[in-house]
Ligand binder design. Structure first.
Ligand code: ASP
Ligand code: MG
Length: 418
């Protein structure tokens, strides 16, 4: 079997869903089809949540707008009466009732209870439409199958319980195509969780791992993985194949093509992932796999925006290595701050992290009794894999470099934002 994943851009309207059906109907293998929320629905639901949590009633209007856009997709796809309208209405009614009657709670918890609906609605519509074109289709509510802990908004998969349930539910002796949600899961107690923004790729990889898929195909609005973001470097070119290692390094450096957690479950079972264009489904795209035959490696450019560079110094002028180091990194972990670069000297350490100000302030507050910390905000991290001097100059020319690090394969530069 294979896993197909369709992101929001591929299912933003009726035409997108018709295209999805076209792509699926020429596939002869058994399929799990993982679908994201339509278009920008996740962002819209984040606005609904903000409004609801702040206590105003605008959330009702915002929710009605989302409902209307889903209804118009249904109108594009179905003629006459269809069960899908009733299913959508019930689901919206449940969410509305919850928001109307429940207390406005903790942000991360409420986030998962509200924002997860985007995937429920999209998959209901896609599955019903698919059923009118191909036989053997089943819709699965993944929340009872993919089990996670209760770290809301960034939940961790509970692998052994999920494996049991997934293998029980996705049974290809019964059906040929299972349509399910990306991005969301559920706790053992039945609460909905999410896996982090853009997490549907990760869902596809998890299901592929558990079901020993032959491959995963991520259908996107780009021809594959390019050696730079074409909005940044207009002469970016497509890479035909890259290794798991390369893909992990690219996503860690900030490449947004796939979710960073996606690679590990695939690597562990040696399952290739194809990134292909849903607009050009006959093209081969990029394949991420173990053995890559292309030896000559092009420079790959990655930019990570919205960074903070923090310098930490022990107050008593002791060496930073040793006990201090483990204490400092323990605090970063405890505050859930992701470290992107570390550079240590005798009595100070520089760390570049994502700009999540409230977390950084809390960290600095915690360290205050033993360390002093200063930071530069408004910086970004530029990385060049397989660099040449020319490639480095191309992206750093005229930029103020605050920190620079080179390994044999990668050059990284923390620069002030232009
Ligand atoms: N709909 C979710 C998001 O936009 C998950 C995904 O698209 O992968 O973040
Ligand atoms: Mg999305």
């Amino acid at each position: 079997m294979k896993v197909y994943k369709f992101g929001g851009a591929s299912v933003k309207d009726g035409a997108g869903i018709k295209n999805l059906v076209k792509i699926i109907s020429v596939e002869s293998e058994n399929l799990v089809v993982v679908v994201s929320a339509f278009g920008k629905t996740t962002n819209a639901l984040e606005r609904v949540l903000k409004s609801w949590l702040s206590g105003d009633d605008v959330y009702i209007t915002l929710l009605d707008e989302i409902y209307t856009s889903h209804r118009s997709v249904i109108n594009e796809l179905f003629t006459g009466t269809t069960v899908v309208t009733g299913k959508l209405d019930i689901s919206f009614a449940i969410l509305k009732e919850k928001m109307y009657s429940e207390k406005r709670q903790d942000y991360d918890y409420a986030y998962d209870q509200v924002v997860s609906y985007g995937e429920i609605w999209s998959t209901i519509i896609v599955a019903e439409y698919l059923k009118t074109h191909v036989p053997g289709v089943e819709w699965i509510d993944i929340r009872g199958t993919l089990l996670t802990d209760d770290r809301f908004r960034d939940a961790n998969i509970l692998w052994s319980e999920s494996t049991k349930r997934v293998r029980g539910i996705f049974d290809f002796n019964k059906k040929k195509i299972y349509v399910t949600q990306g991005f969301i899961g559920g706790t053992a107690a039945g609460e909905t969780t999410t896996l982090g923004r853009e997490g549907s790729d990760y869902t596809a990889a998890i299901l592929a791992n558990i079901l020993d898929a032959e491959s995963v195909v991520v259908w996107k609005d780009v021809p594959g993985i390019l050696n730079a973001d074409p909005k940044w470097l207009t002469d970016a070119v497509k890479l035909d194949e890259i290794s798991y290692r390369e893909a992990v390094e690219m996503t860690f450096s900030g490449a947004k093509v796939i979710h960073p957690k996606t690679i590990k479950p695939l690597h562990n079972k040696n399952i290739p992932m194809h990134v292909r264009s849903f607009l050009l489904p006959d093209e081969s795209g990029t394949v991420i796999k173990a053995d890559v035959t292309i030896k000559h490696l092009l420079p790959v450019f990655v930019k990570k925006e919205d960074q903070i560079l923090i310098s930490i110094l022990p107050n008593d002028f002791s060496f930073v290595m040793g006990d201090n180091l483990s204490h400092i990194f323990h605090s970063f972990m405890a505050h859930g701050i992701k470290v992107n670069i570390v550079e240590a000297s005798a009595v100070s350490i520089d760390v570049c992290v994502d700009d999540e100000r409230s977390r950084v302030d809390a960290l600095i507050g915690d360290l205050k009794s033993e360390f002093s910390a200063v930071y530069n905000e408004n910086v970004e991290m530029l990385s060049v894999r397989h660099y040449t001097q020319e490639a480095i100059e191309r992206i750093t020319a005229g930029r103020e470099i605050l920190l620079e690090q080179r390994t044999r394969s990668t050059g990284r530069f923390v620069v002030r934002k232009n």
